[in-house]
Design a protein around this ligand. Structure first.
Ligand code: AMP
Length: 216
């Protein structure tokens, strides 16, 4: 199964992608995570994209298209993947269509996570993740079962993203509206778009997504 989770920062794409990964043995391909790892590695590419990511703007299409095309060619993606944060522009969506059709593959689902714009800054402001395994948490909506301990790996170290601070969040939401929201009509016109109400609880959103993917 190959699917895209589409929605603004804070819609819950990462949370639901982790859930899908666990339930369906798919690979979560988060371009944001890949970029953060590249930056942390200190490579030339990392140095090139650091300032862009920290400003909340989008990294150039050619870099992102190359990154995803190399990643989906890896054998661990053969069973399927969830794209979380890609595509983010029409050029990326067109490139994805092309790279999949060249491999004789097609997308099974494009799921829009629909959420009211006024809650996004609050959702983003409270989020953090396990520094060891990457599991996502939120100060209010998704606390670990035992305070200060990761539910998944037991680590006591957590981190917050540098670009989750209010000034950057504004730029990221603007980039979404301007560059990524046009992908909704792009996939709707192709009959591929399904929407879930991402204002619902995490569990309810998971169930709604499960209903969509069960249809095949
Ligand atoms: P995310 O973790 O998906 O919120 O992504 C964090 C940041 O990484 C974004 O604000 C962009 O700067 C960059 N980024 C992630 N995915 C993409 C993409 N597909 N195209 C361009 N920039 C991206």
């Amino acid at each position: 199964m190959k699917l895209i989770l589409l929605g603004p920062p804070g819609a819950g794409k990462g949370t639901q992608a982790q859930e899908l990964e666990r339930r369906h043995h798919l690979i979560q391909l988060s371009t944001g995570d890949m970029l953060r790892a590249t930056i942390a590695s200190g490579s030339e590419l990392g140095k090139e994209v650091k300032g862009i990511v920290e400003s909340g703007a989008l990294v150039p299409d050619e870099i992102m298209i190359r990154m995803i095309s190399e990643r989906i060619a890896q054998p661990d993606c053969n069973n399927g993947f969830i794209l979380d944060g890609f595509p983010r522009t029409t050029a990326q969506a067109e490139a994805l269509d092309k790279m999949l059709s060249e491999k004789g593959l097609k997308l099974d689902h494009v799921i829009e996570m629909s959420v009211d714009a006024d809650v996004l800054a609050h959702r983003i402001g409270g989020r953090y993740s396990c520094a060891k395994c990457g599991a996502g948490y939120h100060d209010e909506f998704q606390k670990p079962g035992v305070d200060g301990l990761c539910d998944h790996c037991g680590s006591q170290e957590f981190s917050r993203r540098a670009d989750d601070k209010p000034e950057t969040v504004k730029a990221r939401l603007e980039a979404y509206e301007k560059q990524t929201a046009p992908l909704l009509p792009y996939y709707r016109e192709r009959g591929q778009l399904r929407s879930v109400d991402a204002m619902a609880s995490i569990e309810d959103v998971t169930q709604e997504i499960e209903r969509i993917v069960a249809v095949g």
